[in-house]
Design a protein around this ligand. Sequence first.
Ligand SMILES: Cc1cc2nc3c(=O)[nH]c(=O)nc-3n(C[C@H](O)[C@H](O)[C@H](O)COP(=O)(O)OP(=O)(O)OC[C@H]3O[C@@H](n4cnc5c(N)ncnc54)[C@H](O)[C@@H]3O)c2cc1C
Length: 469
Amino acid sequence: MSPQNISCPTIDGIPVIADADVVVIGAGPGGFAAALRARREGCSVVIVEKFDMPGGVHTSGLQGAANAGVGGIHSELMARLDREGCLYTADEKSLPDWAGNPLAHYDYYLPPGSAFQRTSFNPDGAGNVMLRMLDEAGVQALYGAAFVDVVMAAEGDGRRITHAIVETVEGRRAIAGRLFVEGTGTSEVVARAGAPFVRGGGRQPETVAHDGQSRPVPGGLLWIMGGIDFARTAAYQKTADDPRLERLIARARAAGDIPPELYRPRLADKGVYGDHYIGHPTVDMSPIQGPGTFILWQNVPYEWALHMDDDAEHASRAKRELRRLIDAEAQFLRKYVPGFENAFIAHVGRYVGVRDGRHPLGEYVFSMDDAREERRFADAVTRPMTKTFFWDAYAKYSFEVPYRCFLPREVNNLLLTGASLSFTFETIFMVMRNFPWCTQTGEVAGLAAARCIREGVGPKQLAWTEPLF
Ligand SMILES: Cc1cc2nc3c(=O)[nH]c(=O)nc-3n(C[C@H](O)[C@H](O)[C@H](O)COP(=O)(O)OP(=O)(O)OC[C@H]3O[C@@H](n4cnc5c(N)ncnc54)[C@H](O)[C@@H]3O)c2cc1C
């Protein structure tokens, strides 16, 4: 069942370059795991990725936060990244002033000086490993190919996708498939196929959403700085009693060296968003790749209300302005902050990550009530998971996810994964969009696709009765 290259057929005048059992659009953690699992189950698989490697936000977007394996492909990937030297772990010995430091993106809340381990993967090294894993499995991957549209056909009461249309270096091309997997992270296939979704910009904190404007949780552009002597920074924080660098920031602002959008206060509504995402009162960083190398966050200002997934002007503005802010931050750090004198911009992410894009409406939409009431489902893909719901005053619930969350309404042969699952805004954003979970949902979709091909049924007819994880 290897993918078949076809020399001459066309659809709507567009050459059809491949025909596969399963066509996966987007190779982030969701698409990557879906393609790998479907291929290992014996399907022919084509995956389309607009950048040059798999991994999505976590490689092309530089995110790189590593977690202990949660089973399946995720555990396999973490073990392989470790074996192939892609993981870097900082701890209290290598970074004694990190735990409890207000500049530490993940570790600020720890008791100062306490033991900690912060593991990251080198984004480009990890992308290479993921690329090889797809090759080894025999997935036909098209990199540098942007999905732009679908061809649909009527089927029963609904519709099915027959082809994905992609832009390649050869121009516009079509890929035929029996089943399609949504792996774009922003539900682009759902949108092009005309399936229903809710636009990004869920429940808003009253303090800022007073004008009725829809404001998505801001996305962010991640960047890496090398050549940082963090021991000198920490020594400055202590001796000058300036843990948040407020004095340096104030001095630079007075000198006109910091634009107003840089170092913004966080929103007060901590119960709504947690205190991570909105606003950066100070530098926000995490160790990555090796000593002296840190990843830094640059989020879109919340007030700009940018819909970067579906508004071209918003997407372009975010790219332009965030690079400007990264430049300004790098210059501030080098000029004012001890320890950064020799630091340099090593890498800026290939794209601005979207945190709150389209939310597809599937055959089941997982909501806060499902979590609160700890509902159980006959078609659960997971055994009960316990997670903290920041949105709900940090309550912990044990819950299951039904297979129907993978099935978009109105399209018969599309499976959802990752950040594009049918979850309400607050459940996907606050709890269910992290790397391990997106890899798991990709694997569920890949297995579902393979079972459908074997049994000759569509995803909506497939009986899912056993949790995979
Ligand atoms: C700034 C930021 C920070 C985050 N921090 C963390 C964190 O610390 N820990 C954590 O676990 N999670 C974090 N997340 C969440 C997590 O990264 C995402 O939810 C997760 O990566 C979603 O996986 P995905 O596979 O659905 O999509 P993505 O990772 O977004 O991957 C989608 C892939 O599809 C490709 N694609 C998109 N459109 C097209 C197209 N038209 N044609 C071809 N290819 C296309 C993209 O290039 C990309 O490779 C963060 C997210 C953001 C945005």
